[in-house]
Design a protein around this ligand. Structure first.
Ligand code: DC
Length: 204
């Protein structure tokens, strides 16, 4: 039987950590859908047409440390505006969502476009400043040469592009549970998410 948990929200709100923890807790598979757009964005940076790249995405496109870097993040947000890129990635995400044994997908449009029938929808947010602080600490720890102001600017630019695009913009589904992590520890945020999913499973 399938059971889908859709987790959406802006960059660095805590979606990834929460999604992994929820998947581990319930024994569900996890897909970070941002990686698909990042893989397409990286191929665009290497000179390929983004639509052709999305239509021919391979498992090996999801490898490599630079996939999680800031340059690829901006490229991902740019290719994500293109409707044909989004269309090319739909079937893979939907098949993943309905696999037996349960699945957690995190992204921007999972609860609204990819899995409107998901049993649980969470919309995870935090203020732009808090998110930039988290991302800055993460990138600085990796030894990347970044400034807080630069990261904050990147976060704001990506928020605006992701929320204002015409196709599948980042928006909370009407039936999503909002989880603002600005003032929550990661443990507290994870505990709330697990409680929401647990309650929905009881009712499923
Ligand atoms: O979650 P992330 O930061 O890895 O996502 C990178 C970019 O990909 C994000 O800025 C917008 C895009 N994206 C999207 O449009 N839809 C998704 N479901 C996931 C990511």
């Amino acid at each position: 039987m399938s059971f889908t948990v859709a987790i959406d929200g802006p960059a660095a709100a805590g979606k990834g950590t929460i999604s992994k923890a929820v998947a581990a807790h319930f024994g569900f598979a996890h897909l970070d859908t941002g990686l698909l757009y990042r893989a397409v964005g990286r191929r665009m940076l290497r000179g390929e047409d983004p639509v052709a790249a999305a239509q021919s995405l391979r498992a090996e496109d999801l490898q490599g440390d630079d996939l999680r870097g800031p340059e690829v993040a901006q490229a991902a947000s740019k290719v994500a505006v293109i409707p044909e890129v989004r269309t090319a990635l739909v079937d893979f995400q939907r098949a993943f969502a309905t696999r037996a044994g349960g699945a957690v997908l995190d992204g921007r449009d999972i609860g609204t476009v990819i899995c409107p029938e998901a049993q649980v929808k969470l919309f995870v947010t935090a203020s732009a400043e808090v998110r930039a602080e988290r991302r800055f600490a993460e990138l600085a720890a990796k030894g990347l040469n970044v400034t807080f102001e630069g990261v904050l600017e990147d976060v704001r630019a990506r928020d605006a592009r992701d929320a204002e695009r015409a196709t599948a913009p980042m928006v909370a589904a009407a039936d999503a549970v909002a989880l603002d992590t600005s003032d929550l520890s990661i443990e507290a945020a994870v505990a709330r998410a697990i409680a929401v999913v647990g309650a929905a499973r009881q009712g499923a």
